[in-house]
Ligand binder design. Structure first.
Ligand SMILES: Nc1nc2c(ncn2[C@@H]2O[C@H](COP(=O)(O)OP(=O)(O)OP(=O)(O)O)[C@@H](O)[C@H]2O)c(=O)[nH]1
Ligand SMILES: [Zn+2]
Length: 354
């Protein structure tokens, strides 16, 4: 290994740059995240006389009634005198209801959308709104993070390997025989946890829960979802049976991050359901990567599970990634009058079993 950063490290650096509002270079394009765009940077680009485009996903384009000629994304021409607020209004649906007519918006046809597609995927993985300002990278400053398009594509496709860091005894109210294991992705991303209860045999099916972080439900007792009761219910069942393993995956908000989840909640206050809110923000309804959970279970030596879930997609993903799901164990707890519509939407639109 040389002293220079490799692709994985450059990608991690690029995420931090996007979050700070610093431009990066992907292939032949200069890229800035719309969410963190600053006046001075936009003015500098406009002064250079370059053609600017704003790339958004097909979901966001549909909300804005803009044509998505690239299929999964649309590249909108940015007027040469557009202020930052013009770009923010396209990227962020917060103000859609007050100002529903934006535009007319001109979508670009032709040209190669590849850099834009990669830039949007990277921006999602940085937990920012999926909207990026793009310009041709004619003579970009050498001190910007430069990413090769092929290498970036490959890095985004493959989950970063997880390193087991530490594990220690953790007596809990559901079981005194608890252990917490912490795993860190090689790319320095967010850590994930496994809570092992008892000493489940590695050669038998283990009672398992893949839990996605929900700050509002797990910690605050939010009534908008069923996460808190599911977390405690799963642990209680493992305690009662004497063994089990619960993965606590830091994929807040079905993988869009807490900031975007709260943006989705704000849209839900305007009457949109949980799936529509994700789409208006430009996200898929579920952005999680469950290969992560499969990787941790395999690393811990498990190959067969009894999976606590109502979500058939979790069962399918584990099976596709080499784990045998010998049984799906339903986990129906915590329904209340605030989350009844949310649970009904998950059943109707996301295939959850009632
Ligand atoms: N984007 C978004 N995320 C939400 C919303 N409500 C809850 N979440 C997130 O959804 C995730 C909860 O999903 P899980 O309980 O792991 O899984 P599931 O897909 O519902 O399947 P089960 O295993 O049956 O519970 C957590 O990451 C929550 O933060 C919402 O309205 N919008
Ligand atoms: Zn929740």
């Amino acid at each position: 290994m040389t002293l220079s950063p490799d692709t994985t490290e450059l990608v991690a650096r690029a995420r931090a740059d996007l979050r700070m509002g610093v431009p990066i270079v992907i292939g032949g394009s200069l890229v800035l995240a719309a969410e963190t765009l600053q006046d001075a940077r936009l003015s500098a680009l406009q002064l250079s006389g370059q053609d600017l485009t704003l790339a958004i996903t097909d979901w966001r384009a549909a909300t804005l009634k803009a044509r998505a000629y690239d299929g999964d994304l649309a590249r909108i021409r940015v007027p040469s005198d557009a202020p930052v607020s013009w770009i923010t209004a396209i990227a962020d649906p917060a103000d859609d209801l007050n100002a529903p007519m934006k535009g007319p918006l001109h979508s670009m046809r032709g040209g190669d959308p590849r850099d834009a597609r990669l830039a949007i995927a990277l921006t999602k993985s940085a937990r920012l709104l999926p909207a990026v300002l793009m310009a041709p990278a004619t003579s970009p400053p050498a001190n910007l993070t430069h990413l090769d398009a092929d290498a970036l594509g490959q890095t985004l496709e493959t989950p970063s390997p997880l390193l087991p860091l530490v594990s220690a005894r953790l007596p809990m109210d559901v079981s005194e025989a608890g252990r917490l294991h912490v795993f860190r992705p090689e790319d320095g991303g967010e850590e994930h946890y496994a809570i092992e209860i008892g000493q489940p045999a590695r050669d038998k099916p283990v009672l398992t829960r893949l839990h996605s972080a929900c700050f509002t439900g797990d910690l605050l007792g939010s009534l908008k979802c069923d996460c808190g009761p599911q977390l405690r219910g799963a642990l209680a069942q493992m305690g009662a049976e004497g063994h089990g393993v619960l993965l606590y995956l830091n994929q807040e908000g079905r993988g869009i991050g807490l900031v975007n989840k709260m943006r989705a909640y704000s849209l839900q206050d305007q009457g949109f359901d949980t799936v529509e809110a994700n789409h208006r923000l430009g996200f898929e309804d579920d952005e999680r990567d469950f290969r992560l959970g499969a990787g941790i279970l395999t690393r811990m030596g498990f190959s067969r599970v009894r999976l606590l879930t109502n979500n058939p997609a979790k069962v399918a993903m584990l099976q596709a990634n080499g784990l045998e799901v010998v049984e799906r164990v339903p986990l129906k707890v915590g329904e209340n009058r605030h989350n009844a519509a949310y649970l009904a939407t998950k059943a109707a639109k996301s295939g959850h079993l009632l």
